[in-house]
Design a protein around this ligand. Structure first.
Ligand SMILES: Cc1ncc(COP(=O)(O)O)c(C=O)c1O
Length: 398
């Protein structure tokens, strides 16, 4: 039985994006309608915009435990990741010619595709393996570090299976080998649920995006520790202290700052809320749907608070998503399906997930608006949906 589309839809996709919080929208509005001046100019209209931009920068810096001049506003997580890698790579090439980059096999494509591009330009890239739960192999990191290593980029929390990587340990290992090696972390999924203090993490660069934390799309930030050798990629005006040219997205920066501040202030209550829902899913879903595994860390303290992920044996995840959509539920397979031929997720492949489960992934992420009834409804409609799909498949396919 399909759900009446006029009924409320249930959204299990905050890891993809979130609705903009009304308080965030209110904070942004004046920068569209009254304080819309160019913050680089000197007259009154400009000064209002400059004030907003400066306050946003201070606020973001405070949450990161950083200095305001270490925050570079970007057009989102992708640009922050690209800029981190390319900015450091270009600086190293110009200064010393050293060319070795270390990352992991499970990064977001914003990191992986940039690494592939840098490899084509002569950089050497090592992709660290992860274990069956998606946690990075720290011994492999120790072995990979060499005299030519310039940059280590390890994500803070994985967007498909919620694995929380041990960033303070990664930084310690790297800096013990050579304090000049730059450490970057992609904290796009971690923001809102994990400590973002850059000193406690020990990182030199950190990426965040507003739209995963109830802020606007198309704005993010890259933290760049003072004195990090760094070559800007967008050139032109001298905005962002010459690290990213272009008239600033003032309203966006204010939106990011407001969303990050709210996420930080409400972190404990938001975490408690989503962990309860996540744990119900992790406990109950494999019990109700036969031949299902939980993907990602078994130890829930090593799992992102809002992330539950699964894989069904001998099933196309996309078929499940379509069934759920008909029932009013938005979910994802967790893998980027960019072409008609559905590639299995590089994350699950790196974790060594068996072929039988590789195409049957389901990612359910939780947000502030989800309720225990949402979870109950999903747990009711999913088992018959999976049974239906399995029933339609030829026996050989199972
Ligand atoms: C871990 C991670 N990094 C980077 C990005 C890219 O961020 P944006 O969509 O803001 O460009 C995402 C978005 O899905 C992500 O999950």
């Amino acid at each position: 039985m399909d759900r009446d589309p006029r009924e409320r839809r249930i959204y299990f996709e905050p890891a993809a994006t979130t609705a903009c919080n009304e308080r965030v929208v209110s904070a942004m509005l004046p920068y569209f309608t009254s304080a819309w001046g160019n913050p680089s100019s000197i007259y009154a209209e400009a000064r209002e915009a400059r004030k907003g931009l400066d306050a946003a920068r201070r606020s973001v810096a405070e949450v990161l435990g950083a200095k305001p001049n270490e925050v570079v506003f970007t057009s989102g997580g992708t640009e922050a990741d690209n800029l981190a890698l390319r900015g450091v790579a270009a600086a190293a090439r110009a200064r010393t010619g050293a060319n070795h980059i270390i990352t992991t096999a499970i990064e977001h494509h914003a990191v992986l595709h940039e690494c592939e591009a840098l490899a084509k330009e002569g950089f050497r890239v090592t992709y660290l393996p992860v274990d069956s739960e998606g946690l990075v192999d720290l011994d492999a990191l120790r072995q990979a570090l060499d005299d030519a290593t310039i940059l280590v980029s390890v994500m803070y929390a994985n967007n498909e299976v919620g694995a929380v990587e041990p960033i303070p340990e990664v930084s310690r290992i790297v800096k013990e080998r050579n304090a000049r090696i730059i450490v970057h972390t992609d904290a796009v999924q971690a923001a809102g649920y994990l400590d973002l203090d850059v000193d406690r993490l020990g990182v030199d660069l950190l990426s965040i995006a507003a739209h995963k934390i109830y802020g606007p799309k198309g704005v993010g930030a890259l933290y760049v520790r003072q004195r990090t050798p760094f070559v800007p990629q967008a050139v032109g005006g001298s905005q962002e202290r010459n690290r990213r040219a272009g008239t600033e997205n003032v309203a966006g920066a204010v939106g990011l700052a407001t969303a990050l501040r709210l996420a930080n202030d409400e972190r404990a209550s938001r975490t408690e809320h989503v962990v309860g829902l996540r744990d119900r899913l992790l406990d109950e879903l494999p019990r109700r749907v036969p031949e299902t595994i939980v993907t990602g860390p078994k130890d829930r303290s090593r799992r992102l608070a809002n992330s539950a992920s699964f894989a069904f044996k001998h099933l196309e995840g996309e078929a499940v998503l379509l069934q759920l959509d008909l029932q009013g539920i938005a979910a994802s397979s967790g893998s980027a399906c960019t072409t008609a031929s559905l590639e299995p997720s590089h994350v699950l492949v790196a974790m060594g997930v068996s072929q039988k489960y590789l195409r049957g992934s389901l990612r359910l992420t939780l947000g502030v608006d989800n309720t225990i009834d949402d979870v109950g409804y999903l747990l009711d409609v999913l088992p018959p949906a999976v049974e239906r799909i399995r029933g339609l498949q030829p026996a050989a396919g199972r």
